[in-house]
Design a protein around this ligand. Structure first.
Ligand code: FES
Length: 141
């Protein structure tokens, strides 16, 4: 059975936007809102050369890395051809407009991978820096 960590509400992410979720260890997680309000979460680090995917452009169910334009599927974390690679994908639970990530995955998935090479999470301070999205409590209905 999974433990779920509240991240934010769907409405806290603009359509085709993203938020970063800091973790005690490893690169942040990028949480994306697609055009149809589906929510996806992948590691915020491009498998090519470490670009910050949360700063990329979302189109359809993919995100284009801001550094060299690799296209990465939000549903499976796979890089689209002709490029190759993959990025860890995180389970997402939606409940009454709130977004949750699996606590076990947040603690373990991809934590040994390096930090992004650019963007707000790339400083030597790494995760836990002041510019990273903080987990919020749900808004009252
Ligand atoms: S770092 Fe993402 S495409 Fe190069």
């Amino acid at each position: 059975m999974s433990d779920w960590t509240l991240i934010c509400r769907v409405d806290d992410i603009i359509p085709l936007g993203a938020r970063r979720v800091a973790r005690p260890r490893g690169a942040p997680v990028a949480v994306f809102r697609a055009h149809d309000d589906r929510i996806f979460a992948i590691l915020d680090r491009c498998p090519h050369k470490g670009g910050p995917l949360s700063q990329g452009i979302v189109f359809g169910l993919s995100v284009a890395c801001p550094l060299h334009n690799f296209n990465i599927g939000l549903e499976d974390g796979m890089v689209k051809a002709p490029d190759e690679g993959c990025v860890p994908k995180f389970a997402v639970k939606l409940d009454d407009g709130a977004i949750y990530l699996d606590a076990g995955e947040l603690a373990t998935l991809g934590v040994d991978l390096p930090l992004p090479v650019a963007g707000p999470c790339a400083s030597k301070g790494g995760v836990g820096g002041g510019q990273i999205f903080e987990v919020q409590t749900p808004h009252s209905a």
